[in-house]
Design a protein around this ligand. Structure first.
Ligand SMILES: Cc1cc2nc3c(=O)[nH]c(=O)nc-3n(C[C@H](O)[C@H](O)[C@H](O)COP(=O)(O)OP(=O)(O)OC[C@H]3O[C@@H](n4cnc5c(N)ncnc54)[C@H](O)[C@@H]3O)c2cc1C
Length: 439
């Protein structure tokens, strides 16, 4: 029996979670049960996998377990960009290999469709908007990144619009950015509201257990999963718990649990909205990957996301939250001098899972164990599609997209500790310093 050493334990102050519709979480599992399929993790990946498994195996019960409450973990903590375009941060033009980029675009557009259909079918109140995204640059080096991105978009045959400072200000209110490349295909959502809604819309043959952390596992012809009040015996296990998969003995030394952080203001009053100007909602992505992501939400709050830390135990500390908050205040003050009296109401961190070669994992991990893991910060689309296609593959499908995911490179091996922590921490520090005013 393997004990699961690292369990998720996110901080309480996630603004998206507290400002999304309240729901009654499903009770924790009490006692023992057995099922043909057990899915661990109810984020984008696990919810999509459970939903599709339920459709493809209508006579089986699908068990979905989540250590925390749905909407409280990383899936409810992100910035809510559901992006169509490839975002290969390893490539100078963010597009990289054109064949992979075309498939990625197709995959992410299919994920957008799944999300849109689910929202409409179940009337999920998550502010889904076809808003596009503004990729913004503050300094000449950021503009050079956007110019390279423009060349990548042209290779891919995708639409974009350049916006210079004055015109951009009419869209976003701020005069802070020099230039932006606007791409129209991105959807924006309230992420916690979306996953809460998706959990409540699961098919009737999915049994969801929240506040049910899997604390031990025994692999064999059947898989036994321990939790606080008993165990579950599964014919097949699907791991949809992102970086926490390495605690289950898989992809060890290949995954990088990196936290990133966000702060959300109180709602702006009418005078403050007028002082800011621009459109009533928008989403901004930085030119520099270490810069700040921003959202203006439908309920007129502003969100700043930046800062990263390497947390191999899957938890961030109070000191890291405090440092991130201080950086958010600085980034906010630089951008919103007209909104001096507006303060942050919430600050939170969320665990991402990165790999050094920016590749996810999709496929079989061991006999009867499967996974769609390592989101590389793009889990709204990649997780949704990974979970959906993994279920189809388990049902026997072998289409073009499944072949693409199965044939993709896997997360590469990392150097051993302590060199790994030294290297990752150094690179994060350097990246954050180099981001300069983009942060
Ligand atoms: C601040 C921030 C901003 C981001 N912005 C964006 C964005 O705008 N767009 C985008 O696409 N992505 C973004 N991301 C990344 C995105 O949130 C992730 O890629 C996505 O959540 C991954 O989905 P997932 O379902 O694979 O994993 P997760 O959302 O991490 O879900 C895994 C779940 O597994 C559960 N779990 C783990 N271990 C166990 C266990 N032992 N037992 C039971 N349950 C367990 C966890 O509690 C968790 O809920 C952002 C992330 C952060 C932190």
């Amino acid at each position: 029996m393997k004990t699961i050493k690292h369990l998720p334990q996110d901080n309480k102050q996630c603004g998206w979670f507290h400002t999304s519709p309240q729901r009654t979480p499903k009770p924790a599992l009490q006692g023992n049960l057995s099922a043909r399929f057990v899915v661990i993790g109810a984020g984008f990946t696990g919810l999509a996998a459970a939903r599709q498994l339920a459709k493809r195996f209508p006579n089986d019960e699908i068990v979905l377990v989540e250590a925390q409450e749905v909407g409280f973990g990383t899936a409810g903590r992100n910035s809510g960009f559901v992006i169509d375009l490839p975002h290969d941060i390893g490539a100078a033009d963010y597009i990289g290999d054109i064949t992979i980029a075309r498939k990625t675009l197709q995959l992410q557009q299919q994920a957008q469709q799944l999300i849109t259909d689910l929202v409409h079918e179940h009337h999920i109140d998550c502010g889904l908007e076809h808003a596009g995204k503004y990729q913004c640059a503050v300094e000449p080096k950021g503009i050079r990144v956007l110019e390279a991105y423009q060349r990548g978009l042209e290779r891919l045959g995708q639409d974009y619009t350049w916006l210079a400072q004055e015109e951009l200000q009419q869209h976003i209110g701020m005069h802070f950015y020099q230039k932006a490349l606007y791409t129209p295909g991105t959807l924006l959502i309230q992420p916690s509201a979306f996953v809460k809604g998706a959990a409540d819309a699961l098919p009737s043959n999915v049994s969801l257990y929240e506040h049910t952390a899997i604390t031990s596992v025994d692999y064999g012809s059947k898989i036994t999963l321990g939790h606080a009040y008993g165990h579950i015996v599964a014919d097949k296990l699907v791991l949809a718990n992102n970086g926490f998969a390495s605690s289950f003995g898989f992809l060890q030394g290949r995954l990088l649990p990196v936290f990133t952080y966000a702060s959300m203001t109180r709602p702006l009053n009418e005078d403050e909205q007028a002082a800011l100007g621009g459109k009533s909602t928008w989403g901004i992505i930085p030119a520099d990957p270490f810069g700040s992501t921003l959202r203006r939400t439908a309920d007129q709050r502003l969100i700043v996301r930046n800062s990263m830390s390497f947390n191999p135990n899957g938890k961030c500390s109070d000191a890291q939250l405090k440092t991130a908050y201080q950086r958010h205040v600085q980034s906010y003050q630089r951008r919103f001098p007209m909104l001096k009296d507006v303060t942050f109401e919430y600050t939170w961190g969320g665990a991402m899972c990165l790999s050094r070669n920016h590749m996810p994992f999709f496929g079989q991990l061991a006999p009867n164990v499967y996974g769609s893991l390592c989101c590389n910060g793009l889990g709204t689309t990649r997780g949704t599609m990974g979970g959906h296609l993994l279920a189809n593959w388990l049902a026997g499908d072998e289409d073009e997209m499944i072949a693409f995911l199965l044939g993709s490179e896997q997360p590469c091996a990392n150097p051993p500790q302590p060199f790994l922590s030294m290297g990752v921490n150094f690179n994060l520090m350097l990246g954050q310093q180099r981001a300069g005013m983009e942060a």
